[in-house]
Ligand binder design. Structure first.
Ligand code: HEM
Length: 244
């Protein structure tokens, strides 16, 4: 029996012709490679720019708490979250030859790591703001950030329900739980993308990077978000089957 992805691939192959279909398949692979590359590059760029351990931006506190916030958040959301989802890519996965059980375990590991590092990053920014007597939740970035963290917690709770439905005595059928988990994951990824893009409007970020470089880093998170969105909607969300 063919999977949904195979059905849509066959449909594309029939519509395009075999030579064009290979081009289409390779373009999809290239898009996933680019998403991996952008996720890693953005993490490195933000980590380098934040200069962890330095305290230039928070001079009043003489503490370097702030500098760890961008690093932790970029590591959690640009790297762990992206890799945790791209593991399941049907186009190209770093562990494509491994059984699904192995991928699920790696996915768990990435998501737990992302949640732990993001919580640490939140701790750093809250401590930095408290020490410098700055107002909390005063910007769109900070408000979106709180929504992202809340959605991430909800998403993790959905994940636990998917893995332990019997232990938690849930009456909801597993496919529906999985659908909620996946939909919530999509919302988390989109919120995280918006939060990171909003962070680039902060005074701190605009002071260290300007012009074309600013535009380049501002647009970078959009591409992995499109690839992840395409992967999730194609693989999990219900869509009409094409009869063979
Ligand atoms: C999805 C990832 C991120 C989340 C969830 C997040 C969350 C937050 C939250 C909740 C605050 C406000 C804390 C408070 O008001 O007490 C904040 C502040 C801040 N964050 Fe992030 N952040 C993320 C990524 C980033 C990145 C990548 C950067 C740098 C490029 C950054 C730079 C800042 C700055 C400069 C502030 C202080 C100014 C402000 O409140 O807007 N954040 N973040």
């Amino acid at each position: 029996m063919r999977s949904d992805i195979e059905y849509s691939s066959v449909a594309v192959a029939e519509g395009l012709g075999m030579r064009d279909f290979w081009l289409y398949a390779w373009m999809r692979k290239a898009a996933v490679i680019a998403a991996h590359g952008i996720g890693v590059s953005l993490t490195i760029i933000i980590s380098v720019l934040s200069r962890p351990g330095t305290s230039e931006w928070t001079t009043s506190t003489r503490l370097s708490y702030f500098s760890w916030h961008p690093l932790c958040m970029a590591f959690a959301y640009c790297l762990c979250l992206t890799e945790g989802i791209l593991i399941f890519s049907s186009d190209l996965s770093l562990c494509c030859c491994k059984p699904r059980k192995y991928k699920v375990r790696l996915h768990w590991l990435c998501q737990i790591l992302a949640l732990m590092v993001a919580t640490t990053g939140l701790g750093f920014i809250v401590a930095s703001k408290n020490l410098s007597d700055s107002a909390h939740l005063a910007t769109w970035h900070s408000r979106l950030g709180v929504c992202t963290l809340a959605a991430s917690a909800l998403q993790a709770a959905c994940g636990v329900c998917v893995v332990f439905p019997k232990l938690l005595r849930l009456s909801m059928p597993p496919p529906r739980l999985k659908l909620y988990h996946v939909t919530c994951g999509l919302v988390v990824y989109l919120l995280a993308t918006l939060t990171i893009m909003a962070a680039m409007f902060s005074d701190w970020y605009q002071a260290i990077i300007k012009g074309l470089a600013w535009w380049a880093t501002f647009l970078m998170p959009v591409f992995p978000a499109l690839v992840v969105m395409n992967q999730i909607t194609k693989s999990y969300l219900p869509h009409k089957k094409i009869s063979s």
